[in-house]
Design a protein around this ligand. Structure first.
Ligand code: BTN
Length: 246
């Protein structure tokens, strides 16, 4: 079935992980496709963490072959976060409570309401799978996340709005296609500006933890490659991948 921006979509009753399903289907698809599941039994998060996905929450993966070199492909992380922010803002009317956390979390009232997982099922240069999970009606307890991490929240608990996964898919597919078009036409500049305008804690001291080290500094900006730019006691550092703590 064709969808805004020419994207296909399928909604599954249950799957292990929509990212895993995207990997299995990637070579068979004629074009970009959203794979949504009403229930996941083995959803995964960033850095190999499990992702809690009770029925009623949103889970979907967009799988496609993006235009551009490896750097531009990775910037889809920001496109997806921006699209998800826009979709949730329009559906909840709670835009003032929404913000973005580098690299691609969506926050609601300061808590993590959604996460995004980018994977390359066939390795770099192949299709890209962008997995999106949103706590629509339920969120794990604070004990489920690392000490100091932003606590999980749900759309329902924070706004009183009950959203359906299908409704979120409609809004997200439309917003993603719009921002993807902007990236391809105008480059990362407008996406970066829009992302920064919605970003949490710009100008404040934050901590970025990579597997190897911890850097603490003032969150200055995101650069043209999507790196987090921190002003630290040792000077300005650019960080490509990390978990951020406030
Ligand atoms: O750790 C994160 O913040 C990213 C979470 C991504 C979860 C989504 S749910 C849909 C898709 N399928 C998965 O198995 N994971 C992603």
């Amino acid at each position: 079935m064709s969808w805004p921006g020419g994207y296909g979509r399928r909604v599954l009753a249950e799957v292990d992980s929509t990212n895993a399903e995207a990997a299995r289907l990637a070579d068979t698809l004629a074009g970009p496709e959203w794979i949504c599941a009403l229930r996941q039994t083995a959803a995964r998060g960033r850095r190999g963490r499990p992702w809690a996905n009770p029925p009623g929450n949103f889970a979907a993966t967009l799988v496609f072959r993006p235009e551009g070199d490896a750097r531009q492909v990775a910037l889809r992380s920001f496109v997806a976060a921006l699209a998800l922010y826009d979709a949730l803002a329009s559906l909840t009317r709670a835009e003032a409570a929404l913000s973005l956390k580098w690299p691609n979390d969506v926050l609601l009232s300061g808590g993590k309401v959604a996460g995004i997982l980018l994977e390359y099922p066939a390795g770099p240069g192949g299709p890209l799978a962008i997995g999106v999970g949103v706590n629509l009606i339920a969120a794990p307890g604070a004990e489920a996340v690392e000490p100091g991490a932003v606590p999980p929240v749900s759309v329902l608990a924070e706004t009183g709005v009950r959203l359906s996964p299908e409704g979120v898919l409609d809004a997200l597919a439309e917003a993603y296609a719009r921002h993807e078009g902007a990236l391809v036409t105008y480059g990362f500049g407008p996406i970066r500006e829009a992302w920064l305008a919605r970003a949490a804690r710009v100008g404040e001291v934050i901590t970025a933890r990579t597997g190897r080290e911890e850097r603490r500094g003032t969150f200055e900006t995101v650069d043209d490659d999507g790196n987090l730019v921190l002003k630290t006691a040792e000077g300005r550092v650019r960080i490509a991948a990390a978990d951020v703590f406030f």
